[in-house]
Ligand binder design. Structure first.
Ligand SMILES: [Fe+2]
Ligand SMILES: [Fe+2]
Length: 261
């Protein structure tokens, strides 16, 4: 069955909320890079090399590392597809800047795996195990339509996962001595917030363009959140799951969407 597609009849309804141009984007990333490097140099050598965390922490953190690394890796693929198939230039531009951001996040997460000494052959198996974000991102990777990809990936998934979740993850990692993960999580919050903002602007434009689009967006939300539900592990991660849904509903309900759960 062909997937339902939405189009923006008036592309003028969408504009990049960050008003980025190439020059502004490059300057912004240079500033972010400087800030990141300054924070990273404050991490003591032993902490940077995971000598200060407990073996139990590392054992349990591998699936979190995999969730981080593979969601960023997936993003470099699905956002590239979104950019390639973008129906108008303003949306293509936002996707291309996001693509560069996600590549940077991917490199930060690869470093965590490497410094923590997790052999690369174990990474994928950790992500493919039950209870991870794998099912959601594999679904996203099968899509070709820019609008569906950005609604599901930016508005729903990033809207739910950040910025609240990144703060929780950063604080949790830091409390256990994993300072590199904490610095990485905090470094990506501003990028992820920008991805959410343009995802939200796109959803708002689609609804203003045709209120009938809301039904399809609701279906996309329901599909996405159901694929995420397994990450809650039947209540084992209740606090995380509640925060995840709450961040998403905070942006979705005011636009007329209904809770899935
Ligand atoms: Fe990212
Ligand atoms: Fe992102």
């Amino acid at each position: 069955m062909a997937r339902k597609r939405l189009a923006l009849k008036d592309p003028g309804r969408f504009s990049d909320p960050a008003s980025l141009t190439w020059d502004r984007y490059v300057a912004l990333q240079a500033r972010e890079r400087e800030r990141y490097m300054a924070e990273r140099t404050t991490i003591p050598h032993d902490a940077l090399n995971y000598k200060t965390v407990s073996p139990q922490y590392l054992e349990r953190a591998v699936d979190q590392f995999a969730n981080n690394y593979y969601s960023e890796l997936s993003a470099t693929h699905y956002v590239a597809t979104a950019a390639a198939n973008a129906p108008f230039d303003e949306l293509k531009k936002c996707a291309l800047f996001q693509l560069a951001d996600e590549q940077r996040h991917l490199e930060m997460d690869r470093e965590v795996f490497e410094r923590a000494g997790v052999p690369e052959r174990d990474w994928l198996a950790a992500w493919e195990a039950p209870g991870t974000t794998c099912r959601f991102f594999r679904h996203l990777l099968e899509l070709e339509d820019t609008i569906e990809i950005l609604v599901k990936g930016n508005f729903v998934a990033e809207g739910a996962a950040g910025p609240g979740t990144f703060t929780v993850l950063a604080d949790g990692a830091e409390a256990r001595g994993d300072v590199l993960s904490a610095v990485n999580h905090r470094a990506r919050i501003r990028d992820e917030t920008r991805h959410i903002s343009y995802g939200r602007a796109l959803v708002k434009a689609l609804i203003d363009d045709d209120p009938g689009n809301l039904d399809t967006i609701q279906t996309w939300q329901d599909e996405s959140l159901r694929l995420f539900a397994e990450v809650a592990r039947g209540g084992e991660r209740q606090t995380w799951w509640e925060g995840f849904l709450a961040s998403y509903y905070k942006i979705a309900l005011p636009l007329g969407l209904r809770p899935t759960f």
